[in-house]
Design a protein around this ligand. Structure first.
Ligand code: CP
Ligand code: NVA
Length: 306
């Protein structure tokens, strides 16, 4: 049966771990896997802007022996005149896989139901699972393990990044803490799913409103923009409400002494993180951005083998 990657908990702990192992191997020996040789084409569709996702998928598909077909929905029929299901039926006859960055998660589900080729979530309003594979790879590289580590996400707890940390971190056996104002808390359904995943792996989930409590002793500190794509109209309100969740050196000082700082980028220095943190010695954001390439190549190679 075709496997898709629409949310982080589509993978078991063992599957997540073997994809990360393959990513390490592909990082060491970049052109050692050629599952797209032919060359086969992968469609990479964008309803929203992107730098990292666009570049890392285009380069990764080429590295795997294939050809990326980058499609902007602004000048395609998808979204306006044509459904995701019909688009999927057209694409599956010609491409090996579909990557889609979109708004509602339900669009990805419709696309996946309608096709026999793997569909990969390149970011939705709810989740950013490809970014989490890169983040987990980065943490593993710097700490040698994932299970048992404590990771704290601060800021917009209802964002795709926070919700993906809950699911992916729990799947990896991590202790995931999310600190946010009550109006920006992750959805109950995602928290419940993350708790179920954590029960199987020995991880845990904890929600906080106080950023200092949430960060105390953490091995990894993470934040993301306070104004995700699609939320621009709420910008003024968000900058006010989320103001006390800024990651600065004082807050980092409460985490473990050698805690890592991660941010998926793009970053708004001075808002969710200060320049001295993101550009400082604990920040691994450039490794994290590079690891999109290696992690997604491993994901595509793995999905194409199922
Ligand atoms: N982190 C991330 O997904 O970046 P882009 O929006 O540039 O793709
Ligand atoms: N949460 C951000 C991530 C950008 C990569 C957004 O959705 O805009």
């Amino acid at each position: 049966m075709t496997r898709h990657f629409l949310r982080d908990d589509d993978l078991t702990n063992a599957e997540q771990s073997s994809i990360l192992d393959l990513a390490v191997e592909l990082k060491r020996d970049r052109f050692s896997a050629r599952p797209l040789a032919g060359p086969q084409t992968v469609a990479v569709i964008f309803d929203k802007s992107s730098t990292r996702t666009r570049v890392s998928f285009a380069v990764g598909i080429a590295d795997l022996g294939g050809v990326p077909l980058i499609i902007s929905t602004a000048n395609s029929q998808l979204g306006g005149k044509e459904t995701a299901a019909d688009t999927a039926r057209v694409l599956e006859r010609q491409v090996a896989a579909i990557v889609w960055r979109t708004f509602a998660q339900s669009g990805l589900e419709e696309m996946a139901l309608g096709t026999t080729v793997p569909v990969i979530n390149g970011l939705s309003d709810e989740f950013h699972p490809c970014q989490l594979l890169a983040d987990l790879l980065t943490i593993r590289e710097h700490r040698g393990q994932l299970a048992g580590l404590t990771v704290t996400f601060l800021g917009d707890g209802a964002s795709n990044m926070a919700q993906s940390y809950l699911l992916a971190g729990a799947t990896a056996g991590m202790h995931v803490r999310v600190a946010s104002p009550v109006d920006y808390a992750p959805t109950d359904a995602v928290v419940a799913d993350a708790r179920r995943a954590a029960e199987k792996t020995g991880g845990s989930i904890a929600l906080y409103s106080d950023p200092t409590e949430a960060v105390a002793g953490a091995d990894v500190v993470v934040t993301d923009t306070w104004v995700s794509m699609g939320k621009e109209e709420e910008k003024a309100e968000r900058l006010t409400t989320l103001g006390s969740y800024r990651v600065d050196t004082d807050l980092m000082g409460l985490a473990a002494r050698d805690a890592l700082f991660l941010h998926c980028l793009p970053a708004d220095r001075g808002f969710e993180v200060t320049a001295d943190v993101i550009d400082g010695p604990q920040s691994v954001v450039w490794d994290e951005a590079e690891n999109r390439l290696h992690a997604q190549k491993a994901l595509m190679a793995w999905l194409l083998q199922q």
